[in-house]
Design a protein around this ligand. Sequence first.
Ligand code: NAD
Ligand code: APR
Ligand code: ZN
Length: 232
Amino acid sequence: MSRIVILTGAGISAESGIRTFRASDGLWEDHRIEEVATPEGFLRDSALVHQFYNARRAAARAAQPNAAHLALAELEADPHHTVLIVTQNVDDLHERAGSQNVIHMHGTLVGALCHDCGHRWPAPEVMTQGDLCPACARAATRPDIVWFGEMPYQMDQIVRALEAADLFVSIGTSGNVYPAAGFVRDAAMAGVQTLELNLEPSAGTDMFDTARHGPATQVVPAWVRAQLAQRR
Ligand code: NAD
Ligand code: APR
Ligand code: ZN
């Protein structure tokens, strides 16, 4: 039985047609991070923030899981491994591919969160600044997304899983945003093997024991096939 913790980022969903953040045609080219991905930006102009995430939600709904998402679900279904996916992605393509053990450390587009009282409920297709919180009735509805300057979700659980893992795999992330960018170091310090699968070398590529570079729909299924063959 090998315990595998897999960190995923925007790159795994790129071939499903969802734009990444930092590519030359990436999301942060059209939008200033401070305006759409910080609590300060939300308080300043919530209409703009809702517009940004409504567009992300529509894009995610229209997208389909690709061969990389499907391969990870197949790995999880194999009895010779335990697989935990820690995703920075706010789409639900891992779940729609069949993965069950998924932590959304940066939140999810399918959730609504009250910025005032912390209540959570399923997001409507289109969220507006007039939407009232079902718990406190204030117009403080926001997407259930972790913004810059906020605490990522389930960090304790993630760190415990990392330290108990046999293998840490990072897929489709540029390695620019902490704390996720530090997981490879945390894993290495705990004696866990580390592997990077990304289109190109990430910012942290030198910290991995092994790296394979190429499109996720090719390198991820190839790696999963090798894992499955090795255990049979
Ligand atoms: P940061 O690294 O400065 O800190 C994030 C927060 O997590 C801080 O409050 C920090 O104290 C806390 N933290 C760090 N390591 C921790 C640990 N081991 N255990 C518990 N808490 C820990 O990050 P930031 O640049 O301010 O970004 C915040 C987060 O929001 C990032 O994870 C970022 O990716 C995410 N984010 C998401 C979106 C989105 O649209 N999906 C946009 C922007 C930011
Ligand atoms: N296959 C594999 N990797 C790919 C592919 C692909 N088809 N296309 C792009 N990539 C790689 C890029 O080379 C890049 O290294 O995916 C990575 C995407 O990086 P970013 O756009 O920076 O996305 P990510 O690492 O997920 O960003 C982290 O930053 O803005 C915040 O909260 C946001 O969760 C996000 C976090
Ligand atoms: Zn509320």
